[in-house]
Write a protein that binds this ligand. Structure first.
Ligand code: ZN
Ligand code: ZN
Length: 128
């Protein structure tokens, strides 16, 4: 789906709107986006071998998590290899589990959801 932002009005209005859009984009460039929000879909994947524990296996069966569930369901998810992949560290959250959790969570609607968020922000800027 294409995302369009229309800018119309007097020359002065157009100039002001474009400069608000530029400022908004510069702000996002500088600070980026929050992660683990309700519009994100994350897929849980265990290694699916004989060493996977029952808790990790159950998460794999549940499979899809919404971004804002992740910090409560996997509070030790801090280890991050890439922006769209985190390691849920299920075994740190459940200390009676032996060995290391080798599971990953993959951000499925990345980067599309960031385009959606930016589009919404830029639409707001055009409203003045
Ligand atoms: Zn496990
Ligand atoms: Zn695991």
């Amino acid at each position: 789906m294409s995302r369009v932002v229309r800018v119309a009005g007097s020359l002065r209005t157009v100039r002001d709107t474009l400069s608000r859009i530029r400022a908004q984009m510069a702000m996002r460039d500088a600070i980026g986006w929050s992660q683990f929000l309700a519009d994100e879909y994350w897929e849980y994947r265990s290694q699916r071998d004989e060493k996977v524990c029952p808790i990790c296996e159950a998460n794999d069966l549940d499979h899809l998590f919404i971004g804002d569930e992740i910090s409560t369901k996997f509070p030790s998810n801090t280890y991050r290899e890439k922006p769209k992949e985190v390691h849920p560290q299920v075994h740190i959250d459940n200390p009676w589990l032996k060995g290391e959790c080798r599971c990953s969570l993959f951000w499925m609607n990345f980067p599309e959801i960031l385009y959606d968020r930016l589009h919404e922000e830029l639409l707001r800027e055009t409203l003045g």
